[in-house]
Design a protein. Structure first.
Length: 215
């Protein structure tokens, strides 16, 4: 049995694709570029805001302004909760897991935005404050395993009793780098860009959040 479940945020706990895409497109339009399809921007998410902004301007064929990252974060902060919602069954799954296991969040999203999302969607109650690791904290971003290893040490678990739950190649790689099992959410928008040959027979995959309870 797993004693610690570490969740990615975007594409795993919450469907934030539209708010991220709308924010990116507002930034592009302000710079005189055409907006990009929501699905295309969703495929750029996962490695932090700076990478998303760089990918967005590259796809639009425009150089990013020097203050593009700061402007994106300012725009996104005003739109965090317009359309973003937990995936169906996520609150029920977290309720069930919290009864007997430790829960944590490991994301490349900035910590302030992460906390605001979890608070606004009533998910923060499942995670201790120091069990939430963002992409702008003391640890390198995923797929570096430092944040995941820190969460294991905090919970007193090891690689055999910890499960990383995510939807992207970044989540798969951070689990590999830490040496712990991974559960990949096919329902997440990051799964679209995950090369199939990276998934092995020992990796779990789920089509619905409730499937986590069968692991």
């Amino acid at each position: 049995m797993f004693q610690l479940y570490v969740f990615d945020l975007d594409g795993t706990l919450v469907d934030s694709r539209r708010d991220l895409a709308d924010s990116m497109n507002l930034l592009l339009e302000a710079a005189g570029a055409r907006p990009l399809p929501e699905e295309a921007i969703g495929r750029m998410v996962g490695e932090g805001a700076a990478t998303l902004v760089a990918r967005g301007f590259s796809a639009a064929g425009r150089p990013a302004p020097p203050d593009a990252l700061q402007r994106f974060l300012e725009i996104y902060d005003t739109r965090l909760l317009r359309y973003t919602r937990p995936y169906p069954q996520i609150p029920r799954v977290l309720d069930a897991l919290a009864a007997s296991t430790s829960l944590a969040v490991l994301t490349n999203k900035p910590l302030a935005s992460t906390r605001a999302l979890l608070d606004g969607l009533d998910l923060a109650r499942y995670f201790d404050a120091d069990a939430i690791v963002g992409g702008d904290g003391p640890f390198p971003r995923k797929p570096d395993p430092a944040g995941l290893l820190h969460l294991m040490a905090r919970a007193g678990t090891d690689v055999k009793t910890t499960m990383m739950v995510g939807d992207s190649a970044i989540d798969l790689r951070v689990a590999r780098n830490a040496g712990c099992p991974v559960c990949l959410a096919r329902y997440g928008f990051g799964f679209e860009t995950l090369p199939g040959d990276l998934i092995t027979s020992s990796d779990r995959t789920i089509d619905d959040p409730a499937d986590i309870l069968q692991l």
